[in-house]
Design a binder for this molecule. Sequence first.
Ligand code: NI
Length: 208
Amino acid sequence: MPMEPAPVADPAAIGTLALVEYPHPALLRRSSPVTRLDAGLREAVARMFDIMYEAQGVGLAANQVALPYRLFVVNPAGRRGEGEERVFINPVLSRPRGTAVQEEGCLSLPGVRMDVRRPQKIVVDAFDLAGEPIRLDLDGLLSRIVQHEYDHLEGRLFIDRLPEAAALEVKGDLDMFREVFFGKQSRGELPGNDAILAALDRLEAARC
Ligand code: NI
């Protein structure tokens, strides 16, 4: 069946969420601040944790499930029932300190892993799912994850932070991801970019 989206009765309806892979347009677009925290969004966040655990990830940004909102979910333990689940809504990063190099991967670029240089510590201000403000001074793995997920909200991927030689190393992988993605679009297994962008615009208008 062609994947042209059916007319949407409720413009805020989120529908079924699924992980999207590079170069899905949602991954390359800056997300918008959330101004409406409704039941639909809370449901989407619960589903984002499911998707993150299924994919054995430790963090997932909304645009990785084709939602145009500034929010991400994190659990450094990567397993349900272990560690601590956190939701960061409309996050702002500040006070970067130190430098750390660590290997990263991304659920939207499965199989690609590269060393990435980032500030070691940062402060994050955000809101939780109840709308309460959070402020955390982060170091270690949680600092790394929050910075990686924050990049997603800016429409950036960890591959955008690689030095030139490392960027060349992943070029072949990215070409392959593009070929797979555009192939699915041409066979009607994925909506075209215009339909994807229209859906993002609709969801953005509903909650931003
Ligand atoms: Ni990622």
